[in-house]
Design a protein around this ligand. Structure first.
Ligand code: PHE
Length: 458
């Protein structure tokens, strides 16, 4: 039996997506998350706005696109968790099992990201609760800051919500692909889009819309430094969920007859659209209320409550907004947890429920360090800042690009042409060659240049 036949017979141990639509929803659900709505606005703010956005878009298209295709391809061919898939494929394509390390870097990045992601997602749950109990009414600039300060100062409050968020994520993953993951994304994704559109209307009519548009879309290149280019690339990886194996994992559940290039195009389009829409919702409000776009991680927790406060019944909108932000976070968290859980099921033979519980508990524990970064350990800073800052920097700006780079080198250089052609058999030779050129040259060279530049070598 040759390799190709062996691969065609391999199937996932956890089932498959029931349709092309659910795959797109699940990956888009993974991609659209706190990265789009919470992180993108403040990173863009910190890095000067328009010029940053432009570099970010370039990174998405020339680096993100070929890498996402490569990751889905690897997943679908390997049909296992990212570590095992890389091990099997490395053996088949090159006789080397060492490629499993790429999967390991990815899984560790996912582990670290989920630990702090869940803390921030917990903040959204807390704000949801405050909205519906009317605790966010009659706000002004100072009281909004005070409420946010109280939350970050309290390790206990954050712990409660972090626990709740992890419990929800674990419960969904424990139910498996069809009853857990698919159901969750089918419910949460359409709702998210709906509410963003409502908020956009709000921002057009109530915010300083032109100031927001200028900030987001008019580039000022004098603000661009090598660090902001690195941040743009890191954000492109983060927002597309690349480099941590979650796309590889979701690819493992993709039926063989679905088009990888077609689905990737849709997914990237949706993710970028939502990030820009979120920017167009948030910046006009930021400027309207005299806040600064550089207010850091707290940005949306300060601006949105203030904005909603201005209209009658605003607490309804604010409640909706925060619950939908939580939805966006949950659908991303699912993809962060699934690869490690699949790894445990496949390698330790534990049930899905037990695996989800064990991995979830470990990540939950690690999350304590991020919680403490905002209060008892806030003075404990090194390298990039607090522990929280370091986790985020290490995962987004280093681990994700490194493992994304290796995934794409594997798909572009190591995988035999007949195998990659087979995975992309639905597109023309021209499109295939375009992908291959991107995966072999543009994405790797791009990632390496940004790195060399950021560490000051060029
Ligand atoms: N893409 C998600 C977001 O934008 C975060 C994420 C990163 C999810 C990496 C999975 C893997 O919020």
């Amino acid at each position: 039996m040759n390799n190709l036949q062996a691969n065609q017979e391999r199937s996932s141990l956890h089932g498959q997506w029931s349709s092309r639509m659910t795959f797109i929803l699940a990956v888009t659900g993974s991609a659209i998350g706190l990265g789009n709505i919470w992180k993108f606005p403040y990173i863009a703010g910190d890095n000067g706005g328009g010029a940053f956005v432009l570099i970010y878009l370039i990174c998405i298209f020339i680096i993100g696109f070929p890498i996402m295709v490569s990751e889905i391809m690897i997943g679908r061919k390997g049909r296992r968790n990212p570590i095992t898939s890389m091990k099997i494929l490395g053996q088949e394509e090159q006789g080397k099992a060492n490629w499993k390390w790429v999967g390991m870097i990815g899984l560790s990045a996912g582990f670290i990201i989920l630990s702090y992601y869940s803390v921030i997602a917990g903040w959204t749950l807390h704000y949801f609760k405050m909205s519906i109990f009317g605790e966010l009414s009659n706000l002004d600039n100072e009281s909004a800051q005070a409420i946010f300060g109280q939350l970050t100062d309290s390790a206990v409050t954050q712990l409660i919500y972090h626990t709740a968020f992890m419990a929800i994520t674990v419960a969904i993953i424990a139910k498996g692909i069809k009853d857990g993951l698919e159901r969750a994304v089918k419910l949460m994704m359409p709702g998210l889009l709906f509410i963003l559109i409502i908020l956009l209307f709000y921002s057009v009519f109530q915010g300083d819309f032109m100031a927001g548009v200028n900030f987001l879309l008019v580039p000022d290149f004098s603000k661009i430094t090598s660090q902001s280019v690195l941040a743009a690339m890191g954000q492109a990886f983060f927002t597309l969920s690349l480099g941590m194996g979650c796309i590889v994992m979701y690819g493992a559940y993709l039926p063989k007859n679905e088009s990888i290039i077609g689905t990737t195009t849709t997914i990237i389009f949706c993710d970028t659209l939502i990030a820009l829409l979120a920017g167009l919702v948030i910046f006009p409000i930021v400027f309207q209320f005299g806040l600064k776009p550089t207010d850091g991680p707290g940005l949306i927790f300060l601006t949105l409550p203030l904005a909603f406060n201005e209209i009658t019944g605003g607490y309804v909108f604010s409640g909706l907004f925060f619950i939908l932000l939580a939805f966006a976070a949950i659908t991303s968290a699912l993809s962060l947890l699934e690869p490690s859980v699949a790894w445990m099921i496949e390698n330790k033979n534990y049930t899905r429920g037990k695996s989800a519980l064990i991995i979830g508990a470990l990540i939950w524990l690690l999350g304590f360090l991020s919680i403490f970064s905002f209060n008892i350990l806030s003075e404990f800073t090194f390298w990039k800042g607090t522990l929280f800052d370091n986790f985020d920097y290490l995962a987004s700006n280093i681990l994700l690009p490194v493992s994304g780079l290796l995934f794409t080198i594997f798909a572009g250089w190591i995988m035999k042409t007949e195998n990659s052609t087979d995975e992309l058999s639905d597109v023309s030779r021209y499109v295939y060659n375009l992908w291959r050129f991107g995966a072999r040259y543009i994405a790797p060279v791009g990632v390496i240049l940004v790195f060399l530049n950021a560490i000051g070598l060029i």
